[in-house]
Design a protein around this ligand. Structure first.
Ligand code: DP6
Length: 320
């Protein structure tokens, strides 16, 4: 009745932004991501009927704010008639700051809850269940370069190439580790309802997905860089043009984007992306990572740098 699973966050190169079904949390568009290896969330789920109600800790401290969403995720996986659970989450990076902690948390929770409940799901089924808790979590069930597609009434995931096939590096510049004010779930609904560019975003996504998929399969870094930066800026344009506007970036975010653009213009293999938060993720060719890390750490306002490679999908980590 107890199991532990580990999942790593993923970073979207072609962004998911907007839902076609809020009840089932189905995304409006497909997306392509890379799963990281250095950052992780490890979750232990222990079912204990005597508890009476679920209890959640994050890095050892009670986390009541996050409990309802976590309990719903575990209900979907283990059944609403399951015993109450003790859920202990350990995360080695800032939570709710645009570093995809929800992706790694719900991916790890789905795997741990299934194992603790003795339920035998396929990875695809676990991805679909994790995706109902947080769309991006579905992608963290898989490692490497992952595409999430909308298929009929569900999602379907595909590993385009695995983590060993193209060992890119990611340098994350932390510009503000505080939790964000507007979560992505809320912000993407505001964008869907109010951004004048939302329809265009939907129309153009298939073309961006095709371009990124082709670039990844051909290991064409420059083509991937062009379309990934474009997708990131388009997604943030949606939030800027929403009513009310949602601006996730700060001045340091923009300094970092400029620094990456200058490196790229100078021939360094690097491109930027950023999610629902002010951190900048610089995706680089392996030999460029040192220079990119040095450049971003020197930007005033960057509190620290996290470096990562590309990693594996969610998995159980306790003895069976
Ligand atoms: C900007 O997966 O956090 O990171 O499904 O509402 O939980 P919910 O949203 P979430 O949104 C991720 C948005 C993004 C882009 C991406 O990861 O594709």
């Amino acid at each position: 009745m107890q199991a532990t699973a580990r999942a790593q966050p993923n970073i979207a190169l072609i962004k998911y932004w907007g839902k076609r079904d809020t009840e089932r949390n189905l995304p409006a568009v497909g997306s392509i991501s890379i799963t990281l290896d250095e950052l992780y969330t490890e979750i232990t789920v222990a079912f204990e009927a005597s508890l009476g109600a679920d209890v959640l800790t994050l890095n050892g401290a009670p986390a009541p704010d996050m409990l309802p969403r976590m309990s719903r995720c575990i209900d979907r996986v283990a059944g609403a008639d399951r015993p109450a659970g003790r859920i202990d989450s350990v995360c080695n990076f800032p939570v709710a700051a645009g570093l995809a902690s929800s992706a790694s948390s719900f991916a790890a929770a789905a795997v741990a809850a299934a194992a603790a409940a003795g339920r035998d799901y396929s990875t695809a089924e676990l991805a679909s269940l994790a995706g109902q808790a947080s769309g991006s979590a579905a992608r963290s069930l898989y490692g490497g370069f992952v595409e999430l597609a909308n298929v009929n009434d569900d999602i379907a995931l595909d590993v385009l190439i695995d983590e060993a096939a193209w060992p890119l590096r990611v340098v994350v510049a932390i510009t503000d580790a505080a939790a964000k004010k507007t979560g992505s779930t809320e912000a993407m609904e505001i964008s869907r309802r109010t951004s004048p560019f939302y329809g265009r975003w939907l129309d153009e996504q298939p073309r961006d997905l095709d371009a990124a998929r082709d670039a990844i399969l051909a290991r064409d870094f420059d083509r991937l860089a062009d379309v990934a930066e474009h997708s990131c800026l388009k997604m943030h344009s949606l939030t800027w043009t929403s009513r009310p506007p949602v601006v996730y970036w700060n001045a340091t975010t923009l300094e970092c984007l400029q620094a990456v653009r200058e490196l790229r213009a100078a021939g360094v293999g690097v491109f930027f992306t950023a999610d629902a938060g002010p951190q900048v993720k610089a995706v680089c060719l392996p030999d460029a990572a040192g220079r990119v890390a040095d450049t971003l750490s020197a930007v005033a306002g960057v509190s620290h740098i996290i470096e990562s490679g590309i990693g594996a999908g969610a998995r159980r980590v306790d003895a069976r």
